[in-house]
Design a protein around this ligand. Structure first.
Ligand code: ATP
Ligand code: MG
Ligand code: FE
Length: 346
């Protein structure tokens, strides 16, 4: 039967119902933007309470939309880490409750594995995506190059030494006086800017490996703020920042591909993958290597429950389930994941 996915690890409450073949039957996301905006960032306690208030209704909603009752389900997949512990407990406990009540298999999904496997959702890429591939995880909380070598088999090739790339967008946008979350606002402002006017450092560019660093760039943005007088000045700085980030990501991605010979594709995930300049720079880099860039639709790049249900399906197919006393983990690196012994067909 279909698998119900539950996601409550950060500031999106999300549910999804997927058929065993991965077809999306229904999906729902409720952003907590309104709750957190007054504080200029996610407040963990507020997030946990909002997940608790909204998750049950969102689970009902996708089941009703798909015309499916709990007895028809084939399993429950809930995010069990990494993330904010309060939300993780809400989501995982709700999922376990349903699993107990209806005698269903339960899968405790690693949120990052959800992002990593999204590219393999049937229907997204013609013919599917085979292992191994390069994943660039570019979000507000993560900035990593990951070799996706199989289900449960992830090797971190590089990561940020300080800020995540989305965090860099958010902090720089805040310095420019833009509303939180800054990434989308900064991209909009940059559209009318001249990227050549301000000269910003390009951290890590040309260095070996594929680690990232963004704090120096943020400092350079801060130092440029006093020079801003007009809206055009702000747009020019935003455009310069965006161009530097795109160039740095492309440079890191190139090195990462060099560390994963045999890669079948470059895949992006995370909110920053919504940025058109970033996508264009990465697409150029992938095509230089003769590989496709796979950028899932934006709603599947940011936090969602479709990816959690899909990861659950991949694991269930491989015969994997988790015990009902599985404890959520606020820190849970991909490299510490268990790999099911039986590989799925694809
Ligand atoms: P994680 O998933 O790692 O726990 P998160 O919830 O912050 O963290 P996402 O929801 O995937 O991650 O992405 C949000 C981030 O993406 C924010 O930092 C936001 O500013 C950034 N972002 C969203 N859209 C854009 C855009 N168009 N350009 C640049 N950055 C963007
Ligand atoms: Mg988010
Ligand atoms: Fe995420």
């Amino acid at each position: 039967g279909p698998v119900l996915g539950l996601e409550a690890s950060c500031d999106e409450t999300a549910t999804a119902l997927l058929a065993p073949d991965g077809t999306i039957l229904a999906e729902a996301v409720r952003s907590q933007l309104a709750e957190h905006t007054p504080y200029g960032g996610v407040v963990p306690e507020i997030a946990a309470r909002a997940h608790l208030a909204h998750l049950p209704a969102l689970a009902d909603q996708v089941m009703r939309e798909a015309g499916i009752g709990p007895a028809d389900l084939g399993g429950i997949a809930a995010t069990a880490g990494p993330g904010l512990i309060g939300g993780l407990i809400v989501g995982a406990t709700f999922g376990k409750g349903m699993a107990i009540a209806h005698n269903l298999p339960f899968v405790a999904v690693n949120h990052l594995e959800g992002h990593a496997l999204t590219a393999r959702l049937p229907g997204l890429v013609e013919g599917g995506v085979d292992f191994p591939y390069l994943l660039l995880l570019l979000s507000g909380g993560h900035c990593q190059c990951v070799a996706v070598e199989g289900l449960g088999r992830y090797r971190r090739l590089g990561s940020t030494l300080d800020d995540a790339v989305g965090e860099a967008f958010d902090k720089s946008a805040k310095l420019m006086g833009l509303p939180w979350p800054g990434g989308p606002a900064l991209e909009k402002l940059a559209a009318s800017g001249d990227p050549t006017r301000f000269h910003l450092p390009r951290p890590m560019l040309g260095r070996p490996g594929c680690d990232f660093s963004f704090s120096g760039l943020k400092t350079a943005v801060a130092q440029s703020i006093p020079k801003l007088a007009t809206d055009q000045d702000r747009a020019d700085l935003a455009a310069a920042f965006q161009r530097v980030v795109a160039a740095v990501l492309a440079d890191r991605a190139r090195n990462a591909l060099g560390m994963l010979p045999g890669a079948t594709a470059m895949v992006v995930a995370g909110g920053v993958a919504a940025n058109q300049s970033v996508r264009a720079a990465l697409a150029a880099e992938a095509s230089r290597a003769g590989l496709p860039l796979i950028a899932p639709p934006i709603r599947l790049c940011t936090d969602n429950a479709v990816m959690i249900a899909w990861a659950g399906i991949e694991r269930l197919r491989a015969g994997w389930t988790d015990p009902l006393d599985h404890a959520p983990r606020p820190r849970w690196p991909l490299a510490e994941l268990a790999a099911p012994s039986a590989e799925p067909e694809r």
